[in-house]
Design a protein around this ligand. Structure first.
Ligand code: COA
Length: 596
């Protein structure tokens, strides 16, 4: 399967070499067989044999800065705040919703999720939800650590960190075993707002350090915590439920693309770039200009869990009207505390360097959020095709049109059907997709069917734990663990090419009016997040300006053209009237091209 996934993406010469390596690796009594046996042994004593390897490989060992490179965001519909108190009312309402949701998680009261779409109906592992408000990604010199606090049913003295004008404030949300109500929260937020206005008390924007690459931030952090004041402040942030970032007006036109950019990086140091703490999984951003959303540190959970949580909050805010009618009564509430920092000259130097790097990241992000209104899921379903597979084939078609070739592509496939399951990869640049996009100039409906079928088959294999990326990772990592020489399979150029995901894609559907987006995962790549709706599809395409090869605008424009051409092809061939499965065998079974 590895050869099938890579053979059409590499040169003939490289393919010959890789074939020999794969044969040797897989030969009876060879290294592959030995490592497979070890992996099976590992699976006997772990809940999920790949989870730790995957977490380390996908996130913790990645040294790149979290904003843009790793942390996805949800962008809320633009809000219309008429005054500062409107903003704080929204924040208090949202925090109330967060506390409700947190108590559902702690009380194990969330209904179990069930798979939808392909192979619908299977219950899904709920483990990721427990990490939403209890995790923290601690930076380390070589690798980070995902720290988890124990969650309890008893209301403990919990707190939220409110970031305002680059200052951090502790907002206790449980005082004397009582959860603060919305009115109390509003009172406290007003106090915070006032405290942040006192210019003499303003401290340097320490949050900027968390936007730096992980090794640099780890170094700055260990210097910072030598001082006990800093240590206490960091400790409060690391143990909070989440951050609420009250942002200043951005001064930009609030288009979908600009709001996405503001969520991804805060607009840089002169805007709200320092009003963040990127290590914390959930940062709710509430901009005075109505630009709102969530920034998510990705290592503890997937985008789908993030969507569930934020949709709950939006529904909560719509369904339970703001409860601020009666006068505030909690003057006895202890005042929120501002966190203090002692900034040595060394820390100042780190801050200057982090600020520079964030500015470069801001300048470098080429983003295009667009709504394709030609058609949506409904049209595709009528063609008896999987909407997800169809969009993936359209993305391949687009890449081919823009760049004249296909490249290793990542599509996240949820494996929450398994305990502690996170994701595997659907390698969407299938040989069938290549055949289709090459033939598209001469219109080949059969090839579109075959490409859709290949994509759907791969999806089914991936979501049932039969894809190759996690398996190869397991074999690679167990060899490392056993201190064996790296098998040639993993030092081969084909392997390096195959995990350099120029196209990194993900379906993040929502039922509320919002969308998810993220940055590319390699310097010459695209991040393409899509949200299929009944009659339209939202695409968020990102790339880096300093890559001469990529352009998000060109990609989106081409994508729209490709989607139209595919629609024309379907309409012309009247696929609505055709049987759903052209690859069904006579006995009714379906041929799975990718079965191992
Ligand atoms: N004919 C008609 N309808 C079809 C069809 C066909 N041949 N194939 C699928 N459909 C329907 C499905 O029944 C489903 O219907 P529904 O809208 O009533 O539920 C709908 O089309 C969508 O199915 P499909 O497009 O095939 O996608 P999916 O929902 O199965 O999703 C993945 C596929 C890979 C995206 C999904 O399995 C997954 O893993 N999602 C998680 C991705 C993720 O982790 N994202 C976040 C990363 S941070």
């Amino acid at each position: 399967m590895y050869l099938k996934c890579t053979s059409h993406l590499i040169t003939e010469e490289q393919l010959k070499k890789t074939k020999a390596i794969v044969e040797k690796f897989g030969a009876p009594g060879g290294m592959g067989e030995f490592l497979q046996k070890k992996l099976l042994e590992r699976s006997e004593h772990t809940a999920n044999w790949v989870y730790d390897y995957w977490l380390e490989d996908m996130y913790l060992s990645n040294r790149l800065a979290l904003p843009v490179n790793s942390s996805p965001v949800m962008v809320f519909p633009k809000q219309n705040f008429r005054s500062q108190s409107d903003t704080l009312r929204f924040a208090a309402h949202l925090i109330s919703g967060v506390l409700e949701y947190k108590s559902l998680i702690d009380g194990r009261a969330l209904p179990v999720d069930y798979a939808r779409g392909q192979l619908a109906g299977t219950p899904l592992c709920m483990d990721q939800y427990n990490k939403v408000f209890t995790s923290y990604r601690l930076p380390g010199p070589k690798t980070d650590t995902l720290v988890a606090q124990k969650s309890t049913v008893m209301p403990e003295p919990e707190h939220i960190i409110v970031a305002c004008k680059n200052q951090f404030f502790v907002l206790d949300v449980v005082i004397n075993f009582r959860r603060l109500n919305e009115k109390d929260l509003y009172t406290q937020l007003e106090r915070i707002r006032k405290m942040s206005d006192i210019e003499e008390e303003r401290l340097p924007p320490i949050g900027l350090l968390t936007s730096d690459d992980r090794t640099q931030w780890a170094e700055a952090r260990s210097m910072l915590i030598k001082d006990s004041t800093n240590r206490d402040s960091i400790d409060m942030i690391e143990r909070c439920l989440c951050l609420v970032c009250l942002d200043e007006p951005s001064g930009t036109e609030l288009t979908d693309t600009n709001r996405a950019l503001l969520m991804l990086h805060g607009g840089g140091t002169d805007k709200n770039g320092g009003n963040r703490w990127y290590d914390k999984p959930m940062q709710f951003v509430i901009g005075a200009d109505g630009s709102c959303g969530v920034v998510c540190e990705h290592s503890p959970f997937e985008g789908i869990v993030l969507v569930q949580c934020t949709e709950y909050l939006l529904r909560y805010m719509r369904g339970s009207p703001s409860k601020l009618v009666r006068a505030a009564s909690m003057s006895e509430l202890p005042a929120p505390r501002q966190l203090h920092w002692k900034c040595s000259a060394d820390i100042q130097t780190f801050l200057t360097s982090s600020a520079d790097k964030l500015q470069r990241l801001v300048k470098n992000l080429d983003m295009n959020v667009s709504k394709f209104t030609g058609y949506g899921k409904e049209f595709i379903k009528k063609q008896k095709m999987s909407p997800d597979a169809y969009v993936q084939v359209a993305l391949q078609f687009t890449f081919y049109r823009c760049h004249g070739c296909l490249v290793p592509t990542y599509e996240s496939a949820s494996i929450r059907r398994f305990q502690e399951g996170r994701v595997d990869n659907i390698r969407s640049s299938t040989p069938e997709a290549l055949a289709f996009v090459k033939a598209m100039d001469v219109e080949k409906m059969e090839l579109l069917w075959t490409a859709i079928k290949a994509q759907t088959n791969y999806t089914i294999l991936a979501i049932t734990g039969m894809a190759i990326d996690n398996h190869l990772l397991g074999l690679r990592e167990i060899a490392k663990e056993l201190k064996l020489e790296k098998p040639e399979l993993f030092s081969d150029t084909t392997y390096a090419t195959s995990i350099h995901f120029i196209l990194s894609t993900s379906q993040v559907p929502t039922t509320e009016e919002m969308f998810c987006c993220y940055g590319p995962v390699v310097p010459n790549g695209y991040g393409a997040c899509y949200n299929p709706q009944t009659d339209h599809i939202i695409f968020c395409v990102s790339s880096f300006c300093d890559s001469a090869e990529t352009s998000s605008d060109l990609f989106v424009k081409t994508l729209e053209g490709c989607l139209k051409e595919m629609q024309d092809l379907c309409t012309k061939c009247n696929t609505e009237a055709k049987p759903a499965d052209s690859t069904k065998r006579k006995d009714g079974t379906t041929k799975l091209d990718y079965s191992c």
